[in-house]
Ligand binder design. Structure first.
Ligand SMILES: [Zn+2]
Length: 369
C-alpha cells in the first residue's frame, strides 16, 4: 500500500489533468463576465436583474474536493427562525381562471383569491419562476417562498382596461387585490404564454411591457402549445425560438424560463434548454405532482422543475394527495421539510444535520446552525 502522501500527490496530479481536459474546462472563463458577451441570449435580462449568490454567472468551476470551502456559521436570526433553505418550495400551476369552470384544471377568481389568501396567512411570499431557477430567493426571515405560474396566456389571466389598468377578476387583478390586503405578500407571478398572449391581439406588446415593468415574469410555453415529445430537434427549436422572438420584440426581454406544454419533454432536454443566439433558459418547468426541491439542494434539476396543480382535495382523484390544497396542508404539517428563509438572499442557511444536502456549487454560501 503506498504511503498516504504519495497517494495524495497522485490524486492532485489526476485532478489537474481532469481539469485541463474536461470538455467544460473553459466554462469558468466564459461565465465570469456575461455582460462582455453580447451574443448571450439572455444578456438583456441578466444585466437588469440582481445577481443571486450562486448564479452560474458568479460561479467558477466547482471546487475540487481538497478545496471544498468550509460551511460557515449561521446568523442568530437564521437560528431564531429555524431557517431551512434546503427545504421544499411549492410551485403552483394554474390554467384558466374563469367564473364558470368547464374542466378540472379551471379555477374561479374566488378560488384563486382563497388560495392566495391562504398562502399570505401561512407566511408565503411569491417569487418568480426565474428567481427560483437562478437561486435568488429574497423573502424575509421566517417566511416561505412560493411560485405562482399560469399556463397558456388566457384572457382570465390578464387584461387591461382602456386606462391601462388590470381588470379586477383576472389573475393579475386578484393577486394585486390580495397583496393590498396582506402587506408583504408580493404580487408577482410567472405567465407561460403562446403566440397570442392573453388573446390581447394588438395590445399584447403593451400588456407584456406592463407585466415586466411590474415585476411579473413572461415565460416561454412554445409558439403553438406543441407536444414537444413528438417533434424532432428542428421542430422543438422552431416552436421555442419563434415564440421567443415575439416575446423579446414585445416585452424587450428574453424569457428566463420555459414550461413544457402538457408537461411533455422533448427527446433531449438540451434541444429545449438553449439554442445559440435564440434562447437559453435557466429553468424548465414540468407539470408535476410534488413541491420543487430547493435550488440549493443536491436533488434540484433545473431542466425538470416540479410543479403542483392548483386544486382542492378532491376525494375521488389524485388531488386528494397531489394537488395544491393537499400539499399546502402537508407542508404546514411538516414544517421541517418546508423552505424557511434566513432573510438574506446571499446565504443558504440550514440545520447542521442537513449539510450533506447542499449542492456543491452553493457550498461557499452555506451557513449551518
Ligand atoms: Zn399549457
Amino acid at each position: 500500500m503506498p504511503p498516504l502522501h504519495k497517494l495524495a500527490g497522485v490524486l492532485i496530479v489526476l485532478s489537474v489533468i481532469v481539469g485541463l481536459v474536461a470538455p467544460d474546462a473553459g466554462r469558468g472563463a466564459e461565465t465570469v463576465a456575461p455582460a462582455a458577451a453580447p451574443a448571450a441570449p439572455d444578456a438583456v435580462d441578466r444585466s437588469a436583474a440582481p445577481r443571486p449568490p450562486g448564479t452560474p454567472a458568479a460561479r467558477e468551476e466547482p471546487p475540487r474536493p481538497s478545496e471544498t470551502p468550509a460551511i460557515g456559521a449561521a446568523s442568530a436570526v437564521a437560528r431564531q427562525v429555524q431557517a431551512n433553505e434546503l427545504g421544499q418550495i411549492p410551485v403552483i400551476m394554474y390554467h384558466r381562471i374563469v367564473a364558470e369552470p368547464a374542466s378540472s384544471l379551471d379555477r374561479t377568481p374566488q378560488e384563486l383569491r382563497e388560495e392566495l389568501t391562504r398562502l399570505a396567512r401561512e407566511g408565503y411570499v411569491p417569487i418568480t419562476a426565474a428567481d427560483l431557477a437562478r437561486g435568488w430567493i429574497d423573502v424575509p426571515a421566517g417566511r416561505h417562498p412560493v411560485v405562482l405560474t399560469f399556463d397558456d396566456g388566457t384572457p382570465g389571466h390578464f387584461a387591461l382596461d382602456e386606462r391601462g389598468v388590470p381588470e379586477p377578476d383576472t389573475a393579475v387583478g386578484v393577486l394585486l387585490e390580495v397583496a393590498r390586503r396582506h402587506p408583504g405578500f408580493r404580487p408577482v407571478a410567472t405567465f407561460y404564454v403562446n403566440s397570442d398572449p392573453f388573446r390581447m391581439g394588438d395590445r399584447a406588446a403593451e400588456g407584456l411591457r406592463w407585466l415586466v415593468e411590474h415585476g411579473f415574469e413572461v415565460g416561454n410555453h412554445t409558439w403553438s402549445h406543441a407536444d414537444l415529445s413528438t417533434l424532432d430537434k428542428a421542430g422543438v427549436q422552431r416552436e421555442i425560438g419563434r415564440l421567443e422572438e415575439r416575446i423579446t420584440a414585445m416585452s424587450g426581454r428574453r424569457s428566463v424560463t420555459l414550461a413544457y406544454p402538457f408537461g411533455a419533454r422533448p427527446r433531449r432536454s438540451s434541444w429545449a434548454r438553449a439554442k445559440e443566439g435564440e434562447y437559453a433558459f435557466r429553468g424548465i418547468f414540468l407539470a408535476g405532482w410534488r413541491p420543487s426541491a430547493s435550488p440549493f439542494h443536491v436533488d434540484f434539476d433545473a431542466d425538470s422543475i416540479m410543479r403542483i396543480q392548483s386544486a382542492g382535495k378532491i376525494p375521488d382523484n389524485d388531488c386528494r394527495r397531489y394537488c395544491s390544497a393537499a400539499w399546502l396542508d402537508w407542508l404546514r404539517d411538516h414544517p421541517r421539510e418546508r423552505y424557511v428563509s434566513d432573510g438574506d438572499p446571499g446565504t443558504v442557511s440550514f440545520p447542521a444535520g442537513r449539510a450533506g444536502d447542499l449542492a456543491v456549487d452553493y457550498r461557499r454560501y452555506g451557513r449551518a446552525y
